[in-house]
Design a protein around this ligand. Structure first.
Ligand SMILES: CC(C)(COP(=O)(O)OP(=O)(O)OC[C@H]1O[C@@H](n2cnc3c(N)ncnc32)[C@H](O)[C@@H]1OP(=O)(O)O)[C@@H](O)C(=O)NCCC(=O)NCCS
Length: 179
């Protein structure tokens, strides 16, 4: 696994406890969890469980969600990345799901789109998969806009049993748009 990925404005790094305060602030914000099943966290211990789960993904599948930091200040902005699912509740075959979550202060500035493009490139160059998947609540227009801008199309191949969701897929090939 790479140790970091740099985009125009961001540094993407594996989850660690270093940014735990920023992560707690974001994950305990009800607005952030509005379209994610309305379950903001309340205890720091819940975050350690999340970090352990993500580290298990790194170990077993070489990938997972990563932190997103501001390139200049190293301030915590959120996370984005690829999650491996091998769970028939989601899909009848293993999939890589693109996901992202940012602190409220930095919404609407293109960070989800910018970091997702880095993950699409990563999927093509390193994972060598031909498809990525994503889900979004039908009212989460910001997320739907991101997926649409990236070229994702609706699919019925997968489902999200955790939360009411529309499902999307992006067919990948060397000429997939990364602008
Ligand atoms: C969804 C989320 C990740 C988007 O991140 P972002 O960095 O703001 O996304 P971008 O700026 O790259 O793009 C957002 C797009 O939606 C638009 N948008 C933002 N908020 C919107 C809203 N409330 N309603 C409609 N459109 C909205 C933006 O204008 C932009 O579209 P544009 O480029 O055509 O102008 C962010 O809102 C977030 O973290 N939400 C909470 C967690 C979450 O819902 N994660 C996604 C789960 S599927």
């Amino acid at each position: 696994m790479l140790s970091e990925i740099v985009t125009d404005r961001c540094i993407l790094k594996p989850f660690s406890t270093e940014q735990i305060d920023g992560l707690f602030k974001m994950e305990s914000d009800p607005e952030v969890h509005r379209y994610l099943g309305n379950k903001p966290i309340t205890q720091m211990e819940q975050l350690y469980e999340v970090i352990n789960f993500v580290h298990k993904q790194y170990k077993e599948h070489g990938i997972g969600r990563w932190f997103v930091l501001d390139k200049a200040s190293h301030e915590f902005l959120g996370w984005s990345g690829l999650k491996y699912y091998d769970d028939p509740d989601y899909a009848p075959f293993p999939i890589y799901d693109l996901g992202y979550r940012f602190t409220r202060e930095c919404w609407g500035q293109g960070y989800a789109t910018e970091t997702s493009r880095a993950w699409i490139k990563y999927a093509i160059d390193h994972l060598k998969v031909d498809c990525l998947y994503a889900t979004a609540h039908p009212q989460n227009q910001a997320s739907i806009n991101v997926l649409t801008k990236l070229g994702f199309l609706p699919t019925k191949e997968i489902k999200n049993p955790e939360c009411e969701s529309n499902c999307y897929q992006l067919q990948l090939n060397k000429s997939t748009s990364l602008q």
